[in-house]
Design a protein. Structure first.
Length: 520
């Protein structure tokens, strides 16, 4: 038999069990344990945190003052966090919390026409866009079996690019050159040329000066480009974490439209600043430096970004994401660490020469050092009909021009090649913010290959080209439709265009002679 003490102990346990059940019924079932840590140290754009043993890589961490960060270095006891806000407001000992989710960005149609930062917050003074869907900024690139061939052109409106260096929808074409050679102008004009072509444009400014961003926005708004564009801005005085995540966030927004079956053009301006921001963060996190103080995975951060640009199969909607990354070289050094990395990742490069820029040959594209690895496969048939031998003729001219400068005696055929090359160069010149339609480009290029510009003095080439462009208004609508189509031009179409442009140039020469301006 049990003693009185045993009975009293059993009654006590029963009473405790009843009280525990009553407590469980009164407590909310949604109560969960939250992991909380604290700041060990804070530096420029970086915080070292302790007390978060379950944190995951690239998880979003909440700091005081509504500041967030991304878990980047995960050691056994400490976590290195990229700060996405002003670090001056934080200090050692402040409490931090896990959010349980990775860094993401809001996406949707409401972003069109807006200027935002990498966190999706508006920078244009308007209310935040009403968006219900969010996508992680870091996502795996589409698999090989999900991709289709790049076979549709993305017209930039630049004659030298559309004719000699064609870009396809889904391609990655690097724009590189020294500072102040017109790299951003090339990309912005490509955005301007997408009006009415059902292409969504995204401009991602990475570490740019506020004045440069304001100038770009003014151009886009002046040309009514914002209706189909999104601008994401991280300025030079923003935390380096902003500059690091900006291109990934912009790409996630672009992928939302691509997966909806839309064609998207994204401009990264520029990845040199992105690489420098990543180097700064890596050195602050005490990651071991390698060549030129860049960490060993600098290639990976750009490859996993640009590999997301592709053309999806029709079964997945058939959308495309075309990337135009911009890169700044130093002293025309294309063999530096970051340029060689990006050249190997992309599908070609457009190189802008400071020498051509100083000579007033704009756009200052060095055709010899530029290449498009997609080539004619993504070019309209009409362009292939008229620009097939143009690049070779221009390359021969550039070689012979060197001898001509030294006063070497040249035979008749060589002089003719130089004479034609000078007109090719004059025709490839183009003013900024004035993209040309397909019909205008084809008319000018066909007149050039047919030798109709040969009698025109070089000083009058811009006016003669304008006269040819005006002939497009006289062409039948059926012919204009064929110029914008995918099929090559027939001999009858070419002859028809040549006859129209010949009459226009004959009238132009007569007018120039009458006014006494026909002297070279």
């Amino acid at each position: 038999m049990k003693s009185n003490a045993e009975f009293e102990l059993n009654n006590l346990f029963d009473r405790q069990y009843e009280l525990l059940n009553q407590l469980r019924e009164t407590v909310s079932p949604d109560l969960s344990v939250q992991e909380v840590g604290y700041i060990i140290s804070v530096s420029t754009g970086i915080a070292t945190v302790s007390g978060l043993p379950g944190v995951g890589y690239e998880e979003l961490i909440k700091f005081p003052h509504d500041i967030y960060g991304i878990a980047f270095n995960i050691d056994e006891e400490l976590v290195g966090v990229l700060l996405l806000g002003p670090f001056e407001q934080l200090s050692a000992g402040d409490e931090v919390q896990r959010t349980g989710r990775v860094m993401d960005v809001a996406v949707g149609e409401g972003l069109l026409g807006r200027v935002i930062d990498p966190l999706g917050r508006p920078l244009d003074g308007q209310k935040p866009p009403q968006l219900s869907e969010r996508i992680p900024v870091e996502r795996p690139a589409p698999e090989i079996m999900q991709r289709a061939a790049v076979n549709r052109p993305l017209q930039t409106g630049w004659k030298v690019i559309d004719a000699l260096l064609p870009i396809g929808r889904g391609q990655r074409e690097l724009i590189m050159g020294d500072r102040n050679t017109g790299k951003t102008t090339i990309a912005i004009d490509a955005m301007l040329n997408q009006r009415g072509k059902d292409v969504i444009c995204i401009y991602c400014a990475i570490g740019q000066r506020a004045a440069s961003v304001a100038k770009t926005l003014a151009i886009l708004r002046k040309n009514n480009t914002m209706d189909y564009s999104i601008v994401m801005v991280s300025e030079g005085n923003d935390p380096p974490g902003f500059n690091y995540i900006a291109p990934y966030a912009a790409t996630s927004i672009a992928e939302y439209f691509m997966q909806a079956g839309r064609d998207v053009l994204i401009v990264y301006d520029d990845l040199t600043q992105h690489a420098r921001a990543y180097r700064e963060l890596s050195l602050l996190l005490r990651r071991p430096p390698g060549r030129e103080a860049f960490p060993g995975d600098i290639f990976y951060i750009h490859s996993r970004l640009l590999e997301r640009a592709t053309h999806l199969k029709a079964a997945l909607g058939g959308g495309s994401l075309t990337a135009l990354p911009i890169l700044e070289t130093e002293s025309q050094n294309m063999s530096a660490y970051i340029p060689t990395n990006l050249i190997s990742i992309t599908d070609g490069q457009i190189y802008l020469s400071p020498t051509l820029f100083e000579l007033g040959i704009l756009p200052a594209i060095d055709v010899g050092k530029s290449v498009s690895r997609v080539g004619g496969k993504a070019q309209h048939g009409a362009f292939r009909s008229v620009a097939g031998d143009l690049k070779l003729a221009y390359a021969q001219f550039e070689e012979l021009e060197t001898f001509a400068r030294f006063g070497a005696q040249l035979d008749h055929d060589t002089l003719k090649t130089v004479h034609r090359g000078q007109r090719i160069r004059a025709c490839l010149k183009q003013s900024a913010n004035s993209p040309m339609s397909d019909a205008e480009q084809i008319s000018v290029l066909l007149a050039l290959t047919a030798g109709l510009f040969d009698p025109i003095p070089l000083s009058l080439m811009p006016n003669a080209e304008h006269a040819v462009r005006m002939t497009c208004k006289q062409m039948p609508s059926a012919l204009l439709n064929r110029l914008a189509g995918t099929d090559p031009l027939t001999e009858a179409d070419q002859l028809n265009i040549i006859n129209i442009t010949r009459r226009a140039l004959t009238e132009f020469e007569q007018t120039a002679t009458t006014q006494g301006t026909g002297h070279e």
